[in-house]
Design a protein around this ligand. Sequence first.
Ligand code: OAD
Length: 249
Amino acid sequence: MSGSPSPSRLALAADLIRDAEHVCVFSGAGMSAESGIPTFRDALTGLWENYRPEDLATPEGWHRDPDLVWGWYRDRAANLRKVEPNAGHRALAELGRTKRRTGGRVSIVTQNVDDLHERAGSTVDAHLHGRILGPRCEFCTYRGDPELSLATTRPRCPDCTGSLRPDVVWFGEMLPEREWAAATATIESCSALLIVGTSGVVHPAAGLPLLAAERGIPIIEVNPEPSALTPLAALHLEAAAAEVLPAIS
Ligand code: OAD
């Protein structure tokens, strides 16, 4: 990390965002870090530093031990209930309100399975990796009440012989079609792309910012560290989301 971004870089970012009619935000786990939700890959604190993704975030892990997988997501859902949107989520929601007043808009494409953008007042256009609150049947189209995500015992599906599972995308699974279509449409058509808090290594989601870069859409990145997407960014603000987003939006 190389200290806070200079006032002139912050001013440049703020200008780009103010002048853009349609700002698209592409967010990852770092967006929610200051709310107290661990990221996946940060050294020491990242979830994948302490748990094996192949046990907890693959269809194979689910088939091997569904109770273990249910319990892990249940605990994350319970933790989500205890945390609040941070100043970064709130700044983006406020930016959305400001843009709407002037005929523009902010769209949000997130890899996060939490609901902190929504709780801050934003509408999320695409939850690429699903949602942790709101389980669904492993076999049929049944969707359970979000409250069921907090059940200590894995619920059965009322419509078939299946079990409910978290409505998240696991490694090896397809991204939800509707969310993917919404994400590509909004990223291709925005006037500025704001990438916040993602390592940019999990595909296909991580390929989306390239669609903007290929169209010459200016990209601003907020991340205390360089990421795999930094080479696409016209401006990389090396700072935490909750610190820098209120300053530029
Ligand atoms: P990662 O954990 O891979 O990356 C988090 C990024 O956030 C890193 O680049 C950090 O430097 C940055 N970061 C940390 N604190 C920050 C802060 N306060 N403000 C801004 N940035 C900060 O998380 P993702 O890129 O979201 O997939 O991970 C992508 C996917 O991998 C996740 O959606 C999840 C995971 O496996 C599924 O669950 C399918």
